[in-house]
Design a protein around this ligand. Structure first.
Ligand code: GDP
Length: 175
């Protein structure tokens, strides 16, 4: 049995649903390992990936920021994957994904020098008052080097596990 340890960052503007996402995904196995003074904490989820492989995910969620702030390099250290999240009812949270992705590519890279796999998650798709179209998300995702983008609703538990599987799959593929 092989066990992969993966540090995964969850970034995006305040209020897009990052901590709700992590709580939902980690579910009953929620484990608030510790809370750092800089406002970062991580949760752990163990995946039984295949007969021969387990994946231990460390999800690092930034907390308490009202807008984009460049994060410290320590936060990025050793990260193998990233979730960039926005809220489909907030165009500013969508526009800021550019900053989050650029900051990521600036500060984190794989041991081979490539940028780390990153997925774009469009949260709150249960809400009727969406202001960001699928077409613009698609264009943005392609232009900015995301693996792909997926519409999710943390509230309705839609596409959460699916999105993380796509990310983990890509992380394993580029190792
Ligand atoms: P964070 O600041 O990015 O960590 O965001 P939170 O996880 O604190 O969520 C911000 C607010 O959005 C909370 O009131 C959540 O209940 C709400 N929220 C999170 N996900 C969803 C969703 O999928 N749909 C709806 N309607 N609300 C959501």
């Amino acid at each position: 049995m092989t066990e992969h340890l993966m540090k995964i960052l969850v970034v995006g503007d305040w209020n897009v649903g990052k901590s709700s996402f992590v709580h939902r995904y980690v579910n009953g196995h929620f484990n608030k390992a510790y809370k750092m003074t800089v406002g970062v904490d991580f949760s752990v989820k163990l995946l039984h990936w295949s007969d021969k492989e387990k994946v231990r995910l460390q999800l690092w969620d930034i907390a308490g920021q009202e807008r984009f702030i460049s994060m410290t390099r320590i936060y990025y250290k050793g990260a193998l994957g990233c979730v960039v999240m926005f809220d489909v009812t907030s165009s500013s949270s969508f526009l800021n994904c550019r900053h989050w992705k650029q900051d990521l590519d600036h500060k984190a890279m794989l041991p081979n020098g490539n940028s780390i796999p990153c997925i774009l998650l469009a949260n709150k798709c249960d809400l009727a008052q969406r202001v960001v179209s699928a077409e613009s998300i698609n264009r943005f995702s392609k232009a900015n080097g995301f693996i792909t983008w997926i519409e999710i609703s943390v509230k309705e538990n839609k596409n959460i596990g699916e999105a993380m599987r796509v990310l983990v799959q890509e992380i394993l593929a580029v190792q």
